[in-house]
Design a protein around this ligand. Sequence first.
Ligand SMILES: *Cc1c(COP(=O)(O)O)cnc(C)c1O
Length: 407
Amino acid sequence: MLKVNQNYLKLQGSYLFSNIAKKVKSYKEEHSDQEVISLGIGDVTRPLTPTIVKALHDAVDDMADIERFHGYGPDLGYSFLREKIAEFDFKRRGCDISADEIFVSDGAKSDSGNIQEIFSDKCTIAVSDPVYPVYVDSNVMAGRTGTYDAESTRWSDVVYMPCTKDNDFVPDLPSKTPDIIYICSPNNPTGKALTKAQLQSFVDYALKNKAVILFDAAYEAYISEDDVPHSIYECEGAKECAIEMRSFSKNAGFTGVRLGYTVVPKNLVDTEGKSLYSLWARRHGTKFNGASYIQQRAGEAVYTEAGQKEIAGLVSYYMENARTIRDGLTSAGFTVYGGVNAPYIWVKTPETMTSWQFFDYLLKNAQVVGTPGSGFGPSGEGYFRLTSFGSHENTCEAVKRIVALNK
Ligand SMILES: *Cc1c(COP(=O)(O)O)cnc(C)c1O
């Protein structure tokens, strides 16, 4: 009997951003004379920098030459890239991670969605709430989340760690002991980054309770404060309990190039001593083709001196937008969070408006698109996300329009 995977039928609505796209499309059709500015979706807008572009061209030339042509690459990625990652992202920060613990991939969305596969379907997950929707949805597909309650907008078998202004958006330790804990810091959508001490308390908790932490550090490059760790492996004991996912999308503008990686320490095991490393390696070997030679050469260029300088320029470009949004909205009387260690500004909606009502209000009155906080989890209700990934011009114009609403 042919039957679809019933878990997929439990998925809630269509993906957040397609709902937004539909609303914006129909607004634009009705108001073709108005210019809509999007500070909504988390995609970059600046082009690739010169050093990266040169590396891409050179890699294409390699592929055209009989001596330098590359076919299937190594399962876990080319060592020219893995060595650079280990050196720059870990060893230089005092983290003892070696090149062979790095799995190169096409990005952190794939990895953070796929990594759950190596765990039992009996495992319980905990997520900070609000959070990047991929973590919960990929576990819904795997049948790990129980039943959905439309009233509370919560899954029965997911442990939520609410992040609201009451705890300064720092998740409390889970109320019920989970097996798998998802942490994203700096956080999408709240823009909040955990301090070393705060992250260490999660590592200690995971070690004590024999849980694994899946740490998403896609926004690591945006950290500006000193006591915020760039990698979870800066915390003591993390190599025994944590997997870290990284991406070239947000630091180097690779959302269209596609490149990321996941670190699985070799000594990481489950409660029966089974290696997580070998399972993830097996999965890569069996059902993942990796990132192309060309993508990986572009990634290597990120770690050159010129590449590092150029991507720092991209980050500061976006963070200037973050400042513009923060300062503008604050002066207009809004309460805003984030935007210091992350390219996201988390706005408290006015008392009388839900997240989606505020979305409609901004679209209709300022022609500015943002993302309703409730789309990221139950505790996102009453908040709204603006991103700093637009151009300076669009960001300034959008902020000017929002400020004018409160005059
Ligand atoms: C953008 C983003 C990613 C990056 O995904 P890629 O697949 O590498 O583009 C990962 N996690 C979070 C939380 C993100 O916002």
